[in-house]
Design a protein around this ligand. Structure first.
Ligand code: ADP
Length: 180
């Protein structure tokens, strides 16, 4: 695990599976607009949570790129799931603004719900095609910009599925703040 402190908030990276983070209050889903099961990380989250998650989510949708909504965690070890719709790279514009909005909206929603620890996957970097290096820069800048305004969130964990994605996020996390 790599960690960096930003005021009262610890930002950290781990390689692993977002559905197996039992010490976090909330995990974030890289959702589709309709908040249905889907593939990639969304499929894994819905499988681990059970069919009640989709039942709860469908009435909350559809959502637009950059938006976030919250649900219960059902059979997940986490009390909450925050569902974000990332931009499709090359299609939803401006990509960086919409990706940053996902992280900002998710963190503000978590904070309003008294969540102290939250885990994110690398939103938009799978099926939606966002290059990992670019996504890591935008993501870390969005998080560092929003953390000073948070009252409850104390841990932000990036759960990267591959070692190589973790290495990219580590470089962005350890870059001097002005370069983020
Ligand atoms: P998007 O449609 O937003 O691109 P994907 O689910 O296709 O969403 O991928 C987002 C990222 O999540 C990718 O980097 C992918 O490798 C990663 N991922 C897939 N499954 C998991 C998992 N179980 N835990 C953490 N990350 C995952």
């Amino acid at each position: 695990m790599t960690q960096r402190q930003f005021g009262k908030v610890t930002v950290e990276t781990v390689q692993g599976d977002i559905t197996r983070q039992p010490d976090l209050d909330a995990i974030v889903n890289a959702a589709n607009a309709e908040l249905r099961v889907g593939g990639g990380v969304a499929g894994a989250i819905h499988r681990a949570a059970g069919p009640e998650l989709e039942k709860e989510c469908i009435p909350l949708g559809p959502i637009k790129p950059g938006q976030a909504v919250i649900s219960g965690g059902h059979h997940l070890p986490n009390a909450h799931v925050i569902h974000c719709l990332g931009p499709v790279y090359g299609h939803d514009k401006p990509e960086a603004g919409l990706l940053a909005s996902c992280y900002r909206e998710a963190l503000l929603l978590a904070d309003r719900n008294d969540i102290t620890s939250i885990g994110f996957p690398a939103i938009s970097t799978g099926i939606f095609g966002y290059p990992i290096e670019e996504a890591a820069q935008v993501t870390l800048k969005a998080v560092v910009d929003v953390v000073p305004g948070l009252d409850n969130v104390r841990t932000v964990r990036f759960v990267l599925f591959s070692e190589s994605d973790k290495a990219v996020f580590d470089r962005a996390l350890m870059a001097p703040v002005a370069n983020l």
